[in-house]
Design a protein around this ligand. Structure first.
Ligand code: ADP
Ligand code: ZN
Ligand code: ZN
Length: 511
């Protein structure tokens, strides 16, 4: 009896499967027949009274569980792996490093569309290869003569073909970093490899994609949070097949599967949106470096203001720094002026000299941006009698006063409260708003410039689908306007008619 048991244990094939559950272990099941099963396929299994979709990680003839207790799987969904061994390796690394359950990490890497077990036909390698070959070497030619620093940077990166190296392109805005990325991408595509470009959440603008599309004839896939599950899946699939040569995506794109990755680029590498801050917390930048190391490919980080960890790694000689100290092309350094507002009489948070400058540029039929990284009416509501400040009970951050509609809002945890009429501490009616947010600035400017078009662009005014795009189109028409914006407006846009930018309360950024 004992012997028979041993024997059956050896012939039975045990499947070790990752399930999307908050456990750190794999789950063992018995294969239905003895067909060859590859890691990375989806399998439907019984789990208690439910049925779950899991991903096969490996097979063996042994299980730590008593064989009689193991259940057979229900169906094998995929014939070919939908996740390659290198993405599975990256997931295992993440699960270990970030202490997050392996099944949940893997399901995070998979497009939502595929998590539910929808059919997906993996095209044969041969097909994907054929299609890609027809598109190689036909890149658009918009010849730009690189300057010396750009040329040095690109030569250094190109020497790292199929070699893991982390590069930092450290260059001010307009120094031609994107031009270096483009040249590095061209070289990688010419080597018949694919490129993954990670950009910050608000960096993935239509302008950026348009710029890339103008320079590459190869199909570009994009992945970002505004896509539907189906759109996301389609983009994922294009890169997976090798049809899209370039993937431009926000942080989750780091898990995008592709057959021949040859280069990873992270633009604005200092941006915090590369970190996922909830549930499975990870840094897409760290993962990108691990992925590049696994695949022996170069990775390029770019920034005008590199993060401290990156700067530290440059000092340790772990990263190679490539400097672009000067602006490229025809653009010139902007002229800066600091307005010391000490003892000045401010109108709606603006100094007279700033108001005069705005007037001058508007009268010259230009556009002006006022950058204020605080949405709402005022960042603080304070009791003038006792000094009480309205704070959020959940996170002790100050509540922001909003006027449209009137409420108090915690920008950290999204708690909303009605505005109180009396101080909760001393019952005084003397409540005052302190500081200026974008709503108040907008009202103030309408008062100061009653005949000028004023456009406020922040999360509150762009909540509805397409409003942001409509506003951007409106700005592109070039009519004189004052644009008020939070960081949404600060990056990645090209506004040719803007001739002046005012940054309000810049000290705030230091705190
Ligand atoms: P960054 O990414 O560092 O902000 P870009 O690559 O966008 O800089 O370059 C800024 C502008 O300068 C773009 O309009 C670009 O086409 C132009 N440019 C970049 N490099 C050169 C060059 N070597 N010669 C002429 N124009 C250039
Ligand atoms: Zn009070
Ligand atoms: Zn809060």
């Amino acid at each position: 009896m004992h012997k028979a048991n041993m024997k059956s244990q050896q012939i039975q094939k045990i499947l070790h499967i990752a399930l999307p559950l908050p456990f750190y272990r794999l789950f063992d099941y018995i294969a239905i027949d003895n067909q060859e099963l590859k890691p990375g396929i989806r399998i439907k299994v019984p789990f208690g009274k439910r049925e779950l979709i899991g991903i096969l990680l490996n097979t063996s003839s042994h299980s730590a569980i008593e064989p009689s207790k193991l259940k057979p799987v229900i169906t094998i969904i995929d014939q070919q792996p939908i996740l390659s061994s290198h993405i599975l390796k990256l997931c295992k690394w993440s699960s270990n490093y970030y202490h997050y359950p392996i099944g949940e990490v893997i399901f995070n890497a998979l497009p939502a569309y595929l998590r539910k077990g929808r059919e997906f036909k993996v095209p044969s390698k041969h097909q994907a290869q054929d299609r890609s070959d027809t598109k190689i070497h036909q890149t658009h030619n918009t010849p730009i003569k690189l300057n010396q620093n750009q040329q040095t940077a690109i030569n250094t990166i190109n020497k790292s073909h199929n070699i893991f190296n982390t590069f930092l392109i450290n260059g001010v805005t307009g120094s031609g970093k994107t031009e270096v990325y483009i040249q590095a991408i061209k070289q990688t595509l010419a080597n018949d490899q694919q490129v993954l470009v990670l950009v910050p959440e608000i960096g993935l603008t239509p302008q950026l994609v348009e710029r890339f599309s103008k320079r590459f004839i190869e199909p570009i896939a994009t992945i970002h949070s505004a896509l539907t599950d189906l759109q996301r899946f389609k983009a994922w699939q294009l890169f997976y097949n090798g049809d899209a040569k370039i993937m431009i995506g926000t942080r989750s794109a780091i898990f995008a599967e592709c057959p021949k990755l040859g280069l990873i680029i992270i633009d604005e590498e200092h941006d915090i949106s590369f970190k996922q801050q909830e549930r499975f917390r990870y840094s897409a930048k760290d993962l990108a470096i691990v992925r590049a190391q696994m695949l022996k490919t170069p990775i390029v980080l770019g920034s005008a203001t590199p993060s401290l960890e990156t700067t530290h790694n440059v000092t340790l000689n772990k990263y190679v720094e490539l400097k672009l100290p000067e602006r490229a092309g025809a653009s010139v350094h902007p002229e800066y002026k600091i307005i010391d507002i000490c003892k000045q009489n401010l109108k709606f948070g603006l100094a007279d000299s700033l108001i005069n400058s705005i007037r001058k540029h508007i009268n010259n039929k230009n556009q002006v941006i006022l950058f204020l990284n605080r949405r709402g009416y005022a960042p603080v509501l304070m009791c003038h009698a006792c000094g009480y400040i309205a704070t959020c009970k959940n996170c002790s951050a100050n509540l922001t006063l909003h006027s449209q509609p009137s409420h108090l809002h915690c920008h950290h945890c999204d708690t909303k409260k009605p505005v109180f009429q009396k101080c909760p501490e001393c019952k005084s009616l003397d409540l005052q708003d302190v500081g200026v947010g974008t709503e108040q600035l907008e009202l103030g400017l309408k008062h100061l410039f009653p005949h000028v078009d004023i456009l406020r662009i922040d999360r509150d005014t762009t909540r509805k689908k397409n409003t942001l795009n409509n506003m951007l189109e409106d700005i592109k028409q070039g009519e004189p306007k004052i644009l008020i914006g939070t960081q949404m407006l600060a990056k990645g846009h090209h506004f040719p008619n803007v001739t002046m930018v005012g940054i309000i309360n810049i000290d705030h950024g230091f705190f």
